[in-house]
Design a binder for this molecule. Structure first.
Ligand code: BES
Ligand code: MN
Ligand code: ZN
Length: 492
């Protein structure tokens, strides 16, 4: 990821100069000065390119006469009154995307008199987020294809370093999540997921790991039923961050679905696209990255992340459609479809978390249903909640960071759909409203009085196209949302 720094002035030898301009009449500030030095070339280029100062639009000049830089980018900011944190991030992302494989190694953004510290910090944040790529297995990349840009220097806004430090901690969490989500499933499986989280201890996170024997002792028959078709043993990982300085503060519990690969089990998925199911641990990845972010910025909150880690495989020992499993809280589940495995993992992980940590608030994240993608596409994740206040806290946190949520209904009538004729519950309802009956299933494992929200992130953890602050591939969805949710509601 791009290194960010802040300087008072542009050094004479800066190779790439980035100047900012909003819509309206003509260039101002550093852009006007560069235009004058270049004999009006900048303004002529802007006109020729039909540049109108829209946020993130770019005009690029190579070897501009009269200036000492090798490359000049004129970048639109949009109207000043609309330059909020997300817009600043989008601008930083656009600059980075343009330069990432340009051969340039550093870019200097002269924001003197244009951006305030908060805006400058978010511009740099957007640049860092957009620069992340996952290339460890691409051993034959040509030099031209490799990211060259290593440094983003924001000039003229010295007070931006403070707000940026906090955002850099969050970006570290996002990067961790994206790496977890991107790793292939032969590399990332329950045990290796745990191994890759152990270094969180260095940030002050306390780790608790349950192995399969311990989970059997605790009676987690639903989670273990999913894992039994795989040679990879299951794990449950809890990550605790208490930044309150007190031990009597009830924690917020975040729970993530960590299916490191989902073949569907005996209810086998079709071959086409099955490789995508490596990111069926995106909820667990987000929870882990959020714990990183909270610890790295020393959040003044008590938060526990719990991830249920299994691989859903169809071997001779795999569970069958028709099996009845007993969950940790004693409810029996008829497994109608072994591909509806996420809820089986979550129910035991969530029950254990409630028994162990006695939270007042539980938020789970899961790539739970294909149906949520049919409902919401890739713009919003689905939000299900038993409490309107909690739902609104999450929705507004998501809106603030650009990780959008859309509220979905739950209720009695939907709940009936998962009553079983042979057990207490069945693990699938009808095809219609499939995301909702999945949520109802989880809801049956929430203790009375606990505020609970479920985020179905199946459509948002992976992107087939680049976005404003991510490349194609793992988005890191959920980390910034959870971080903001904690910051706004539990650090008072
Ligand atoms: N991991 C999948 C959900 C999923 C599908 C995520 C496509 C991302 C893209 C989940 O375990 C699953 O298979 N769900 C089934 C449920 C069905 C069997 C009731 C689904 O959505 O088809
Ligand atoms: Mn599945
Ligand atoms: Zn799944």
């Amino acid at each position: 990821m791009l290194a960010v720094s802040f300087l008072p002035a542009v050094p004479a030898d800066a190779a790439v100069l980035v100047l900012l301009s909003g819509p309206g009449d003509g260039l101002a500030g550093p852009a006007a000065a560069a235009d004058a030095a270049s004999g009006g070339a900048l303004a002529r280029a802007a006109t020729a390119a039909r540049f109108e100062g829209e946020a993130g639009s770019i005009v690029e000049l190579l070897a501009p006469a009269g200036l000492s830089c090798q490359r000049l980018l004129l970048v639109g900011t949009g109207p000043a009154e609309k330059l909020d944190a997300l817009t600043a991030e989008r601008i930083g992302g656009a600059i980075t995307a343009r330069l990432l494989t340009s051969g340039e190694t550093a870019a200097h953004v002269d924001a003197t008199g244009v951006l305030n510290p908060e805006q400058a910090a978010h511009l740099a944040h957007g640049g860092q987020l957009r620069s992340w790529q996952f290339n460890p297995y691409r051993t034959r990349l040509k030099d031209k294809q490799k990211p060259s840009l290593a440094q983003l220097v924001v000039v003229g806004v010295p007070d931006a370093a403070g707000p940026h430090a906090r955002l850099a901690a969050i970006a570290g969490g996002v990067a961790r999540t994206r790496t977890l989500v991107s790793e292939p499933p032969n590399i990332l499986y329950p045990e290796s997921f745990v191994d890759k989280a152990l270094d969180l201890a260095g940030l002050g996170v306390e780790l608790i790991v349950l192995d399969d024997a311990e989970m059997r002792r605790l009676g987690m028959g639903a989670l273990l039923g999913v894992a039994q078709g795989s040679v990879r043993p299951a794990r449950l990982l809890a990550m605790r961050w208490n930044g309150t300085g007190r031990d009597d503060v009830k924690p917020v519990v975040l729970v993530g679905k960590g299916v490191t690969f989902d073949t569907g089990g005996i209810s086998l998925k079709p071959a086409a696209g099955m490789e995508d199911m490596k990111w069926d641990m995106g909820g667990a990845g987000a929870v882990t990255g959020a714990m990183h972010a909270l610890a790295a910025r020393q959040a003044k909150a008590h938060v526990i992340g719990v991830v249920g880690l299994v691989e859903n495989m169809p071997d001779g020992n795999a569970q069958r459609p028709g099996d009845v499993v007993t969950t940790m809280n004693g409810q029996t589940v008829e497994v109608i479809n072994t591909d509806a495995e996420g809820r089986l993992v979550l129910c035991d992980a969530i029950w254990w978390a409630q028994e162990t940590f006695e939270p007042e608030v539980v938020v789970d994240l899961a790539t739970l249903t294909g149906a949520i993608i049919i409902s919401l596409g890739h713009e919003h994740a689905g939000l299900f909640a038993n409490d309107d206040g909690l739902a609104e806290q999450l929705r507004s946190a998501g809106a603030a960071v650009g990780e959008k949520l859309w509220r979905m209904p739950i209720g009695e009538a939907y709940d009936k759909l998962i009553d079983s004729d042979v057990a207490d519950i069945k693990n699938v309802g009808p095809r219609e409203g499939g995301s909702i009956s999945a949520a109802q299933f989880i809801g049956r494992f929430i203790k009375p009085g606990v505020k609970w929200a479920h985020l179905d992130v199946a459509g948002t953890v992976w992107a087939t196209k680049p976005g404003a602050v991510h490349d194609k591939g793992a988005t890191g969805y959920g980390v910034r949302l959870l971080d903001r949710f904690i910051a706004d509601n539990f650090e008072g």
